[in-house]
Design a protein around this ligand. Structure first.
Ligand SMILES: [Zn+2]
Length: 357
């Protein structure tokens, strides 16, 4: 295959987005696109380029005092009658247009056209973000080459419709167990009904007032929800056990230990077992590099409510945020598309930020 990422295409973020969309790259099938990206980057004299699996990393080494990461995943969800791309007026339709080849196009365009950025830049084009974490290119690189990820600040070019979505909320799942004592329903006074006992747990959930936390100007709205309930033995038995599964989305001023302590307080008196936990990420907008980024964007940031790869950077102590041209509500949809003006504006913003004053 001839590489469609020609110099003319690389010079234009819109044309580049389209060319990237038209290279098929459903998760675990990123070899072709990674080959094209790697070939382009290896030709650029101001970059050192490395590859791990189907993840390609290229970086400047200009001896700047700060290093920033621009990262985008190369994979898409499976096609849904939306490949290859099509154009309708100011809109480009197709799988990956929003999530997130328009963001990948930003990074690749800047990598090639910006020999003298004001910070050292590490460009990351990684595999398998849309599937299980064990395949994720960032996870694999963090294990194999942690030094590739060293930086002071990271921008993930996921769809945010041209605004800054900073940090992300943590997530925790737990099982609250209500005990009881079995008995035949004909002599139910000899037992203790665990399902009835669950009423108190549900009451606490119903009356719970979730926090709203503002950090660095970003609003995070928490949620505490029962997501499953399970109990009962047979049609004629007083049940001795009822389990309520809880999902807690918590603001990034709490770490998993604090989130767990909070759940134990809410459900005091009950047995509570944590089944899954992922730390959130503080927005980290007080860092000078982040402040300069916000100034270049010129619009107020908002808090990211879902969990994203931003948290992987935060776990390494690197403040990170999301910024991309796509509309996050269209990601993974059949009619996924991106506005060409958002691509042009976003590329201009990143240029402003990275161009020496
Ligand atoms: Zn994405």
């Amino acid at each position: 295959m001839e590489n469609p990422l020609t110099p003319e295409v690389l010079a234009d973020p819109v044309a580049l987005t389209r060319a990237l969309v038209d290279i098929e790259s459903v998760s675990l099938d990123e070899k072709a696109i990674a080959d094209c990206v790697e070939e382009v980057l290896r030709r650029v004299p101001h970059l050192s380029t490395f590859r791990h699996g189907n993840t390609v990393m290229a970086r400047t080494d200009l001896g700047r005092s700060s290093r920033v990461v621009l990262a985008g995943h190369l994979d898409t969800v499976p096609h849904n009658d939306n490949f290859p791309s099509t154009m309708r007026g100011d809109l480009m339709y197709g799988c990956g247009t929003s999530d997130m080849k328009s963001g990948v196009a930003f990074a690749l365009h800047l990598a090639v056209t910006l020999p003298d950025p004001r910070y050292d830049v590490t460009y990351f084009f990684y595999e398998a973000e849309e599937i299980e974490s064990r395949y994720n290119g960032l996870t694999l690189v963090a294990e194999a080459h942690p030094e590739w990820l060293r930086a002071d600040f990271a921008v993930l070019l996921e769809p945010t419709y041209g605004i800054v979505e900073a940090g992300c909320q943590g997530t925790m799942r737990a099982i609250v167990t209500v005990p009881g004592e079995r008995a035949h329903v004909a002599r139910s006074w000899r037992g203790v009904n665990a399902i009835h006992g669950a009423g108190e747990v549900l009451r606490r959930l119903g009356e719970y007032r979730a926090r709203r936390v503002t950090i660095d100007g970003c609003d995070y709205r928490e949620g505490l929800n029962a997501v499953r309930i399970d109990g009962g033995v047979a049609g004629n038995v007083v049940p001795d056990r009822c389990e309520i599964e809880i999902n807690y989305r918590y603001a990034p001023d709490r770490d998993p230990a604090a989130a767990e302590a909070h759940l134990r307080e809410v459900f005091a008196g009950y047995d509570l077992a944590i089944t899954d936990a992922a730390a959130g990420a503080a927005p980290g907008l007080d860092a000078p590099v982040a402040q300069e980024f916000l100034a270049a964007v010129g619009a107020a940031p908002i808090g990211k409510l879902g969990w994203t790869d931003v948290a992987r950077f935060a776990a390494m102590g690197i403040p990170a945020l999301n910024f991309g041209p796509g509309d996050p509500n269209l990601a993974h949809h059949k009619d996924e598309h991106v506005e060409l003006t958002k691509i042009r504006d976003g590329a201009a913003t990143l240029h402003r930020w990275l161009t020496p004053a």
